[in-house]
Design a protein around this ligand. Structure first.
Ligand SMILES: Cc1cc2nc3c(=O)[nH]c(=O)nc-3n(C[C@H](O)[C@H](O)[C@H](O)COP(=O)(O)OP(=O)(O)OC[C@H]3O[C@@H](n4cnc5c(N)ncnc54)[C@H](O)[C@@H]3O)c2cc1C
Length: 397
């Protein structure tokens, strides 16, 4: 049998793609292959759970457009399927004049992206969030929270009911593109498909090379370490609280995040991960380590951002330094408030020149489409990303 479409990767991007294929091309045969025993166990199951509104991204970029579309699509999907979400809003807080400049830049960008942000002065900040300190803030009322793993599992149930063959526990280890089809092998099985879509997250570069693509980037794993506040502090904030991020970096800084289960997390930081899928602290995988250590782009990136990288490393190894970052805007936090919580690992494309690619990035051949870079806010944007990929592939098949 030849499948019309095969999707590798049971994260939210792969699942959304399979779902949109079934919607846009009813009757097509679709196979989804995931190496873990469950869907959504990597980035989709290890994130902050924020439905982003699209503040940060350069106007005209894919991220800017797909995040805005994703905000609406995610809320409407949750509404249709009784998945809990909350539009709690978010405050980006400046604590000094440098951050105030960054806040102004963000305000302009958000307006260019069509968002309605409100400037919040010190007195208003004190009223809205009495336990947060800052000299100014931006309020994004549209930002929300959800559990993306719940969305992913729902999509998996929906597509399975529509006849998509979902193969779990199958690690793809061979991809061969031929003139009329692509052969995909995992465990002891081989499947043929007319169109292959690869949504491999942290393994995107390996899957691309496996398929014979000539790529000049590497996935660098950035660990995001979180803490959880004790129950007595779950009412510490009403909004999500973010620092004003450095626009040169692809990460948003350690934030106070209300989770949909009522808890509050602090994080994530961004330190190099020595294992792409090893979540416990100090996890190490020799192949993963060798993969970035042998890549010149990694060293260029680290050198460019050396002071930031050292600072993040310090916070990772020494909790008082991590706490100091949070206390800039939430001074009442104590060391004992930082209780253990699971880490997440971001897949970040870095080029040979040592640049972290900020936007979503795809690669294509006649019969394959690879998602190379789908960093945050790709969970927010997963529904429109999947729709975009599906429309493209259906047009070609
Ligand atoms: C710490 C952190 C915080 C984040 N916070 C947010 C947030 O608040 N809001 C937001 O919008 N985004 C956030 N993101 C980003 C978001 O989680 C990701 O962009 C999104 O989940 C990417 O989905 P994905 O399907 O591409 O990747 P993944 O969820 O990683 O899925 C890829 C899948 O491919 C499978 N796979 C890989 N190789 C193979 C193989 N050889 N064979 C078979 N299967 C394979 C993997 O097992 C995995 O299940 C965050 C990410 C992290 C790490």
């Amino acid at each position: 049998m030849i499948f019309d479409y095969c999707v590798i990767g049971g994260g939210i991007v792969g699942l959304s793609t399979a779902m949109h294929i079934t919607e846009l091309s009813p009757g097509a045969s679709v196979l989804l292959i995931e190496k873990e025993k469950e869907v959504a166990t990597h980035q989709t199951g290890h994130n902050s759970g924020v439905i982003h509104a699209g503040i940060y991204y350069p106007p005209g970029s894919l991220k800017a457009r797909l995040c805005r579309e994703g905000l609406d699509a995610t809320r409407s999907f949750c509404g249709s399927h009784n998945i809990p979400f909350e539009q709690c809003g978010k405050l980006i807080v400046a604590t000094n004049t440098l951050e105030l400049d960054r806040l102004n830049g963000l305000y302009d960008r958000a307006v260019a992206n069509g968002l309605k942000l409100t400037r919040v002065c010190v007195d208003e900040l004190r009223t809205i969030e009495p336990r947060i300190k800052g000299i100014s803030a931006l309020l994004s009322p549209e930002t929300g929270i959800v559990n993306y793993q719940v969305i992913a599992r729902k999509i998996s149930d929906l597509i399975s009911a529509k006849g998509v063959a979902i193969k779990l526990g199958c690690k793809v280890n061979r991809i061969v593109e031929r003139p009329g089809l692509v052969e995909v092998s995992a465990n002891d099985s081989t499947w043929n498909t007319r169109k292959l879509i690869v949504c491999g997250g942290l393994q995107a570069d390996r899957l691309a090379r496996m398929a014979g693509l000539d790529i000049n980037f590497r996935i660098i794993p950035f660990r995001g370490e979180y803490f959880q506040l004790p129950e007595s502090k779950h009412d510490i904030v009403r909004h999500l609280i973010y620092p004003a991020p450095d626009p040169k970096l692809p990460f948003l800084g350690v934030h106070l995040t209300r989770m949909i289960d009522g808890s509050v997390t602090v994080g994530p930081n961004a330190v190099i991960g020595f294992s792409r899928e090893g979540y416990p602290k100090l996890s190490m995988n020799f192949n993963d380590l060798a993969s970035f250590a042998s890549f010149p782009g990694f060293w260029k990136l680290i050198w460019k951002h050396r002071s930031h990288a050292l600072n993040e490393m310090k916070g990772s190894l020494w909790r008082p330094a991590y706490l100091a970052e949070c206390r800039k805007y939430c001074p009442e936090l104590e060391l004992s408030d930082l209780q253990p919580y699971r880490a997440g690992i971001r897949a970040q494309v870095v080029t040979m020149r040592g640049e972290a690619v900020h936007d979503f990035l795809f690669g294509e051949t006649a019969r394959m489409l690879h998602v190379y870079n789908a960093p945050s806010p790709a969970a927010t944007s997963a529904l429109p990303i999947g729709r975009m990929i599906a429309s493209k592939c259906i047009g070609q098949n």
